[in-house]
Write a protein that binds this ligand. Structure first.
Ligand code: FAD
Length: 321
């Protein structure tokens, strides 16, 4: 059975986030011949909206209002509701990003829908969609299907393949002026805390440091390695608690959940709460001077040694490749 699938795209720093393309890729398969509608909310997204066609949208809606230049739950909630209302989709997909996590429960409650959050995979069986999502901090996976009504799901970044960009796919963007009333939140300022521009949850390469880095200075070699690999730096809660770095870098159960192509854990013991945030990374490399460290149990490659010797050697080696 064909389905109309509505994908809410998300932009950051005037660029569409990859998870938007990944959700469009999923939507193409789920639609099963139905229509894929890409939607973007903001103050002026003319230049971004067009790109959604290139990644698989049949129809693109740009929902605009001058107060929507930056995200607020209040404003975006109203805009998203109006788009859903105008489209009446069979399936709604959002990225499982900070925005998606903040907005989707409220939307689900208002629309009276169940929410399948943090989807890492899906299959379409005789027109029916079966979603896979992690449970028990990533130690197991469950499969979920919706028997009736609109399906609403959030997609974890870096897990589902997007379609290749096809510049030949174009269309006419539909601009919708949305109505925003009783806005209770006004955003005054955004303070950016991550040094590199790469978002941890979408990073392809993460070099993470733990208490073993010993100081904020100790993160320097990790930053150099990350830069050489085109990645970004993350941390364990141990490193954050010790004030070696900012909490915005924390990965784990109470931090960010990441699934990069390559995760290099340096001086991290591998506590269960840390593994909850990174054990689904494609390739895990662990550098630890304790051969018994639990991190080696999830690592694909392990290096037993002092990170202050190993990390600079790796950086040097990669620099000359
Ligand atoms: P440690 O456990 O102290 O490990 C440091 C490691 O560095 C050791 O294995 C040591 O051998 C190695 N090392 C030391 N020096 C060197 C060197 N020179 N070279 C190489 N290796 C070296 N933790 C998280 O990370 N994320 C979370 O989201 C999170 N949420 C939590 C939620 C709750 C409710 C609780 C109770 C805990 C949570 N924790 C979380 C904390 C977690 O239990 C661990 O305490 C924490 O992950 C330990 O951080 P660590 O591995 O950096 O430090």
């Amino acid at each position: 059975m064909s389905k109309n699938v509505l994908v809410f795209a998300e932009a950051r720093d005037d660029e569409l986030r990859n998870v938007s393309f990944e959700a469009l890729g999923a939507a193409r398969e789920i639609a099963n011949g139905g229509e894929v509608i890409g939607a973007i909310v903001g103050a002026d997204n003319h230049h971004l909206a067009e790109e959604l066609f290139h990644y698989g949208a049949d129809r693109v809606i740009s929902a605009e209002h001058e107060v929507l230049s930056d995200y607020t739950n209040d404003g975006y909630f109203q805009a998203y509701l109006q788009v859903v209302d105008s489209v009446s989709p069979d399936v709604i997909l959002l990225g499982h990003t900070s925005l998606g996590k903040d907005l989707s429960p409220r939307l689900a409650a208002r629309l009276n829908l169940g929410l399948i959050s943090d989807v890492t995979d899906f299959e379409v069986e005789e027109g029916e969609v079966i979603f896979t999502r992690p449970i028990y901090s990533g130690k197991a996976f469950e499969k979920k299907r919706v028997k009736s009504g609109t399906i609403f799901a959030t997609i974890r970044p870096n897990n589902i393949a997007s379609l290749d960009k096809d510049n030949a796919r174009t269309g006419q963007v539909e601009f919708e002026q949305v109505t925003i009333t009783d806005l209770r939140t006004i955003l005054k300022d955004i303070v950016k805390k991550t040094a590199s521009g790469v978002d941890l949850s979408e990073a392809k390469v993460i070099v993470a440091g733990g208490r073993g880095v010993r100081s904020s200075e100790g993160f320097k070699p990790l930053e150099e390695l990350a830069e050489e690999l085109g990645g970004t730096v993350g941390a364990s809660r141990g490193a954050c608690d010790a004030e070696y770095c900012d909490y915005s870098l924390q990965i784990g159960q109470t931090g960010k959940v990441v699934t990069p192509e390559l995760y290099i854990a340096c001086g991290i013991s591998g506590a269960i709460q840390h593994l909850a945030g990174m054990s689904n990374s494609k390739v895990i490399v662990a550098i630890n001077k304790d051969p018994e460290a639990n991190i080696f149990n999830v690592a694909d490659y392990g290096i037993v040694g002092d990170l202050f010797e190993v990390v600079p050697l790796l950086t040097e080696e990669i620099r000359h490749m």
